[in-house]
Design a protein around this ligand. Structure first.
Ligand SMILES: Cc1cc2nc3c(=O)[nH]c(=O)nc-3n(C[C@H](O)[C@H](O)[C@H](O)COP(=O)(O)OP(=O)(O)OC[C@H]3O[C@@H](n4cnc5c(N)ncnc54)[C@H](O)[C@@H]3O)c2cc1C
Length: 411
């Protein structure tokens, strides 16, 4: 029997395996697929040290109306999506009001502020340095008024949370990114970010490091989880896998499994799409084009064009509206060529109404731990919250561990 079984080998589960192993635990990491093949594969690949405040919902009626009408490409909502997630969305909206959002950001900024320091030793030990480009992520603006307004806000964030910032005018951006065919009014350049050219590859490298250090990576379906005496078991390929404790790190699939154990967790699933293009050379650093709210990331597989949020049930059919708008804009920006994929990749950001991930042992089920809900920044935060989970499992307490405790959010 292992000490800890981790279910889910995305960035969050894999980082958890490494953090527990580093504290001397005997750990098994299980997934129904190879590590890093789901949400942690399809993201924009930015380790977002700059993300001091989580994305709230707009709280002014006119902004909400414009969101509902799909005026901007950042968010797409459907009546079925709103109905499906109504309770969670209302709580998310309440937490987006200024005072509550400030309190949440006071916690969130501490997590993202540790991200680079948490990834750096893992990247080095896993020999994954060739996947990483340190220092930078840009938001580029065609509209000078919006650039001006967002630059003032960026200066506030940089000042309040101590984040590195450079403001570029259009000519400076053109010099930094000579591949761009369109001109911009300017850009906000965040310095405390790393860009990854293969997010799934980074998780694979972290899982390889875990195995190299003696950990076991196995294939198993979390749906087979059941209590086993004082421990837990899942069905593995060669028979049952048993452990004293289990950690659910199933990203957006976590609430479904928790329901089986009597926990109802409202989640706001924000779906996103991407396509790759292998045309002419494009960018040196990831760039969010603010006209279509899409991140264009230079990846090994080509330029990855990734979309904002679509508030629909996880099983809703693919809707190409956001990715089509993003692709059209990317075609103005670069000589793209054909898309690599015939169908866009789609995945769901696991966002909780409290805008903070949850980690810890469940209040009514000894030995059953959770680690999920990293929303827009799980690729960034995995190793940060993994270290907190490992500390919590060792019986340590801290204000951060308390702020992320599932006991606060789940009964
Ligand atoms: C378009 C897009 C862009 C994004 N860009 C960024 C970014 O630039 N930076 C950033 O920090 N974050 C970004 N994110 C968010 C980030 O990708 C997620 O927060 C993060 O990947 C969540 O990691 P996870 O390990 O919790 O989930 P996942 O990576 O989804 O891992 C969950 C794992 O559970 C496994 N699983 C599910 N069900 C079962 C089962 N029954 N049995 C066994 N295993 C199971 C899955 O196979 C999967 O491997 C983006 C997300 C999207 C959609």
């Amino acid at each position: 029997m292992a000490e800890v079984l981790i279910l889910g080998a995305g960035m969050v589960g894999t980082a958890t395996a490494l953090a527990l192993q580093a504290r001397g635990h005997d750990v098994v990491l299980a997934d129904r697929r190879a590590p890093g093949r789901e949400t942690s594969y399809g993201n924009a690949g930015v380790i977002q040290g700059e993300a001091a405040e989580p994305y709230g919902l707009p709280t002014r009626p006119l902004e909400l109306l414009s969101l509902a009408l799909g005026a901007k490409n950042a968010v797409r909502v459907t009546p079925a999506g709103v109905a499906d997630q109504f309770g969670a969305l209302m709580r998310y909206l309440r937490n987006s009001l200024p005072a509550r959002h400030r309190a949440i950001s006071a916690v969130y900024s501490q997590l993202t502020g540790r991200a680079i320091a948490a990834h750096e030793p893992l990247v080095e030990a896993a020999g994954a340095g060739d996947l990483m480009r340190p220092h930078g992520f840009r938001q580029a603006y065609a509209d000078p008024a919006r650039l001006e307004a967002d630059s003032r806000n960026a200066e506030r964030l940089a000042r309040d949370y101590g984040r590195g910032l450079r403001l570029l005018d259009g000519a400076e951006l053109a010099r930094a990114e000579p591949g761009l065919r369109v001109s911009y009014a300017g850009a906000i350049q965040w310095e405390d970010c790393w860009a990854c050219s293969d997010p799934g590859g980074l998780v694979t490298a972290y899982a390889g490091l875990f195995a190299q250090r003696g950990g076991e990576v196995v294939e198993a379906d979390a749906q087979s989880l059941s209590a086993d005496g004082s421990g837990w078991r899942v069905a593995g390929p060669d028979g049952p896998i048993t452990a004293e404790r289990v950690v659910l790190a199933l990203g957006p699939w976590t609430p479904t499994l928790l329901a089986r154990f009597g926990y109802l967790v409202p989640m706001v699933g924000k779906r996103g799409y991407h396509l790759h293009f292998r045309g002419a050379p494009t960018l040196n650093l990831p760039l969010m084009d603010m006209t279509v709210s899409s991140v264009m990331s230079p990846m090994r597989a080509g330029l990855r064009v990734a979309t904002g949020a679509e508030l629909v049930p996880m099983t809703a059919p693919i809707n190409r509206r956001q990715i089509t708008r993003a692709e059209a804009r990317a075609r103005q920006m670069f000589d793209l060529g054909e898309a690599v994929e015939a169908t866009p990749w789609v995945g769901t950001r696991p966002c909780l109404p409290g805008m903070l991930p949850l980690l810890g042992e469940l209040p009514r089920t000894p030995g059953l731990w959770v680690h999920f809900g990293h929303g827009h920044q799980g690729f960034t935060l995995g190793p940060v919250t993994a270290e907190l989970l490992a500390a919590a499992m060792a019986g340590e307490t801290s204000p951060l561990i308390a702020a992320l405790s599932p006991a606060r959010a789940m009964r």
